[in-house]
Design a protein around this ligand. Structure first.
Ligand code: FMN
Length: 279
């Protein structure tokens, strides 16, 4: 059955990173809805609290939005969605999970967004969104009405990251035996896994791997090719994927929870880092 246009899967399928915005303002009601959404502090699957904020020109007329992103990557943002988390074990996974929930709410309202983990200026953002002791800003996202045409830099970045491409099912998902899992083989999790596959990731690296064992889904990070950086983007990527997976499961009435239950997979290379299991 095809999901409706307001389903989470539809949103996930139709989302792409938007870096060029129209100069048209975002309707006031939409901004207010977003402000309401980001005003709650929340915990991710690993129990870390994240805070989010909204920088928009009506409330922050003094914000120089152009100065928040670097290299002229972002054109005409209406505002920015920002957030912070304590530096703690797996707190980046929680940030990825919760921030993606916010960004999909923006997508649902017709807005464009783009995760920025590298091409933004954390110290500038912190001057408008003051940090508490021990916190960091792992990523931000511009938001606004998407422009009809992408800018040249935007097009170039998309091409550089092969943004539309995703790895095939058999490279991301496996049976516990080690056999690659093909589309349609696990009907119950078909859409939830497709939502993982379509998730955005830093440089479109797609580091998530999932092994299916009965009705359990074990999530791993493939750390091969991971570069050292102050923020571990792969953990953000994994949090995003966890949110996509869970949101589609819940929408389809497929209840479960995240837990720690690492399986013994004889086929998994040592570079696969176990993160969590959907039980
Ligand atoms: C954690 C994370 C960090 C990212 N950082 C940047 C960034 O600094 N600059 C940028 O232009 N895009 C950034 N992106 C966007 C990715 O390049 C993009 O999601 C990926 O190429 C897939 O394209 P899509 O989002 O259009 O599906 C980031 C994405 C994620 C998930």
């Amino acid at each position: 059955m095809e999901p409706g246009t307001d389903s989470i899967l539809h949103m996930i399928r139709n989302r792409s990173s938007i870096r060029t915005f129209s100069t048209e303002p975002v309707p006031k009601e939409t901004v207010e809805e977003l402000r309401e959404l980001v005003s709650r502090e929340d915990r991710g699957p690993f129990g870390n609290v994240c805070r989010f904020g909204l920088l928009d020109p009506t409330i922050h007329p003094f914000v120089d939005l152009g100065s928040l992103s670097s290299y002229g990557v972002i054109k005409n943002p209406y505002g920015y969605l920002v957030g912070a988390v304590q530096k703690a074990d797996r707190s980046l996974v929680d940030f990825g999970y919760l921030f993606q929930r916010v960004l999909l709410e923006a997508t649902k309202r017709g807005l464009g967004t783009c995760w920025l983990g590298g091409t933004f200026r954390p110290e500038k953002v912190a001057s408008y969104f003051p940090l508490r002791a021990g916190e960091m800003i792992p990523a931000v996202s511009p938001f606004g009405i998407p422009a009809e045409k992408r800018s040249i830099i935007d097009g170039f970045l998309r091409w550089g990251a092969s943004s539309k491409l995703r790895k095939p099912w058999g490279e991301l998902f496996y049976h516990a035996s080690g056999n690659p899992l093909q589309e349609g083989e696990v009907p119950l999790l078909q859409d939830a896994l497709e939502a993982v596959r379509l998730a955005p990731s830093a440089m479109n690296r797609q580091p998530w791997r999932v092994a299916i064992e009965g009705n359990r889904a074990h999530f791993y990070l493939d750390t091969r090719g991971e570069k050292k950086s102050p923020v571990r983007y792969a953990e953000l990527d994994l949090g995003i994927a966890l949110y996509h997976f869970e949101a589609v499961c819940r929408e389809q009435g497929n209840e479960g929870r995240w837990g720690f239950d690492p399986p013994h997979l004889t086929f998994a290379p040592p570079e696969w880092e176990y993160i969590t299991t959907w039980l």
